[in-house]
Design a protein around this ligand. Sequence first.
Ligand code: ZN
Length: 281
Amino acid sequence: MNAPRIAPPPEKLSLNTATVKAQWRLDEIIEGCARHGIRGISPWRDQVAAIGLARAAQLIRAHGLTVTGYCRGGMFPAADAAGRQAARDDNRRAVDEALEIGAPCLVLVVGGLPPGSKDIAGARRQVRDGIAALLDYAQPLGMPLAIEPLHPMYAADRACVNTLAQANDLCDELGDDGLGIALDLYHVWWDPELFGQIKRAGRKRLLAFHICDWLVPTADLLLDRGMMGDGVIDIAGVRQAVETEGYAGFHEVEIFSAGNWWKRPPDEVLATCKQRHAACC
Ligand code: ZN
């Protein structure tokens, strides 16, 4: 990790649309990215639905933006068979949408415990089975699935895949043809195995790289993510590690920030993303 650090090319910056979702509709975000010279975009399904899938795809193409991921599928565990079937159907729709919008992968936030359950091992089995079934659908269509491990504080309600090791284990078990990992720094920066598991994942499995920062103190478990440079994550160090493995994709800024960045003028947020990407990544 002692090699000299080189500032990332600005064309590698992507905006996850959650970052300014409080201020702008998706069409405004697309135009904002184009205006600020941000070349990548990763839209969320609810924001796409709000303006219509066909229009979203058309606007992204018209502005020459590259889609760097589609957010999101997953939420596999359910209390009963009907719930699992509903999740299966919704995930297939997410794959279809990801194809139409030109995404390189569908990001999976896998889900936590079904309501009333205390069986996290069972939830993890449901996740494995859910991913396996979705892979049968997505792989022939050419839509890779990117498992995003979430910080353990979300194990109950959002994702019971909490480390890169778990995600790598799933890829080992299910096969990594069409299955990989979305590495979100916010969720995995603390892991003592981080660098070893990046190496284990390798180029083939590293499908997306999400960046932001971990604030000290953190005021809200979900909605207080920091701008790059405002927290304690060695963003440049991890970027070097993933790029050493051959990852050549975008650096996707994903900031949920109810108390700060969602309250600022969105043009200021995008300008700051650009500055900090150059300075801190
Ligand atoms: Zn993410």
